[in-house]
Design a protein around this ligand. Structure first.
Ligand SMILES: [Zn+2]
Length: 139
């Protein structure tokens, strides 16, 4: 059965695997934990189940891999083979990001997007997260 998967299906399958618990997301979760924030992961109460949610604050954080979401920075590129497939895939990912962000915003959630390339400088990232989330005690 697995042998009958097309190359596109196999790539999509691998993409789903890589998207969960990606390294940048773990960096952000570790940082938040270290800062003393409590949060939910894959919280179903927000459209699209954001990576990290703070229900009491009605805020959530999405961590985007630069390659999968076509950030356009030095970590992203379009593979030189099967270029059309990748461009269509990136476009779908970006459209989904925007659609979910609009849906969550319409329900009163505030969303902070963190790009993979922004997770290298954890001092700066910690400041941005603290500014976005406010005092720690809310839970
Ligand atoms: Zn990037």
């Amino acid at each position: 059965m697995a042998d009958r998967l097309t190359r596109e299906q196999r790539s999509a399958h691998m993409a789903r695997i890589r998207r969960a618990n990606t390294k940048p997301e773990l960096v952000v979760r570790r940082l938040l934990h270290g800062l003393g924030y409590r949060f939910r992961t894959q919280f179903a109460g927000v459209p699209g189940r954001p990576d990290v949610a703070f229900p009491a604050r009605r805020r959530c954080v999405q961590v985007h891999g630069c390659f999968w979401h076509a950030h356009g920075c030095h970590l992203s590129h379009t593979p030189s083979t099967r270029t059309e497939f990748w461009e269509a895939k990136f476009a779908r990912n970006r459209e989904r990001d925007e659609r979910l962000e609009r849906a969550a915003t319409a329900l009163g959630w505030e969303i902070m997007t963190i790009w993979e390339c922004e997770t290298r400088d954890t001092v700066d990232l910690a400041k941005r997260l603290t500014d976005f989330l406010g005092p720690r005690r809310l839970g």
